[in-house]
Ligand binder design. Structure first.
Ligand code: ADP
Ligand code: MG
Length: 294
């Protein structure tokens, strides 16, 4: 930080104070509330953007919220798979995961993505602690039920909310990779949106924020101007059925509906490429992105 100038720019100082004052009602409203942020995709790959996103998370913790980060790592896992001679395959946004794929996912998420996020939060002055479902039984999984066999793709069976609340009480920012053990000691790869929804539900979070690489849910996915600000369950199901919501957007919408059903008050899909998207969502009245409602 630069030392204060001898001739302060009063206008700028006044503006800065005004910004803080305007945020006060939101800070009051959210003080002590838990917010689960799912972070992944393009917004996580770009280093400068990543620093900005993590800085915002440190800031919201400093002003009294309890942020929990769940991260993906899709592009990095796919890249490592290709380097090891495996072609990534997806069914409705979920990665088909044989034993080798889940081993690669675990290696990338816990060996690279997770510690990098933790280190960057530390650099921004936050106290992050890196976890996966495997740490002290934080999250257990079972094989994802469904019409197709996706291998070791799991769904969350149970979340140890007490463990996370204990960490949050001490001012830690939990940063969780969506890997969890099954009943036979097998490892499951869980879509990070699904994982974040269950964590938010178990914590009775006030908000679930899914950061992604598009503005939100689009009516026409090739046209960013067709953002849907508020998406209800019925419309979401219709759009999935019609193929208008597809691929990685399916688990996001499912995650929001799942979290709402579990008692999470508000669920938002927002553009992680937008500078300060998290602050705009949490500390202003401007609803950016898509809010999913029941
Ligand atoms: P993340 O890494 O954030 O989970 P995903 O690639 O898994 O990102 O999911 C986001 C992607 O979903 C978008 O980049 C877009 O290509 C796709 N998508 C499919 N249908 C829609 C839609 N209706 N609106 C917006 N994005 C959609
Ligand atoms: Mg995804």
């Amino acid at each position: 930080m630069k030392p204060p100038k001898s001739q302060p720019d009063m206008e700028m100082l006044r503006e800065r104070a005004a910004v803080l004052t305007e945020a006060l009602p939101y800070l009051r409203q959210f003080r002590g509330h838990t917010v689960v942020v799912k972070y992944g995709g393009a917004a996580m790959v770009e280093a400068k953007l990543r620093t900005e996103v993590l800085k915002d998370i440190v800031l919201v913790e400093q002003v009294g919220l309890r942020p929990v980060v769940v991260h993906g790592g899709g592009p990095e896992i796919s890249e490592m798979m290709r380097r090891l001679g495996k072609e990534p395959k997806f069914v409705e946004g979920l990665r088909v995961s044989d034993a080798e794929t889940v081993a690669i996912a675990q290696m990338v998420l816990l060996g690279s993505t997770n510690p990098e996020l933790v280190a960057e939060i530390a650099r921004q002055g936050g106290r992050a602690i890196g976890l996966s479902g495997k740490d002290s039984g934080l999250v257990t999984a079972s094989k994802l039920a469904g019409p197709r066999d996706l291998g070791f793709v799991g769904e969350v069976a149970e979340v140890n909310a007490g463990l996370l609340n204990g960490l949050l009480d001490q001012g830690f920012i939990p940063v969780i990779a969506p890997i969890a053990p099954g009943p036979e000691g097998e490892t499951y790869n869980i879509n990070a949106d699904h994982f974040a929804a269950r964590v938010a539900g178990a914590l009775k979070a006030s908000k679930l924020v899914l950061l992604t690489d598009v503005r939100g849910v689009l009516k026409d996915k090739s046209d960013p101007s067709t953002l849907i600000s508020e998406l209800g369950a019925a419309q979401a199901k219709k759009m999935i059925g019609a193929g208008e919501i597809e691929a990685g957007m399916i688990p996001k919408v499912e995650a929001c509906l799942d979290a709402l059903a579990a008692g999470v008050a508000k669920c938002h899909i927002i553009d992680g490429r937008l500078p300060h998207a998290i602050l705009m969502e949490l500390l202003t009245d401007y609803g950016i992105g898509t809010m999913v409602v029941q």
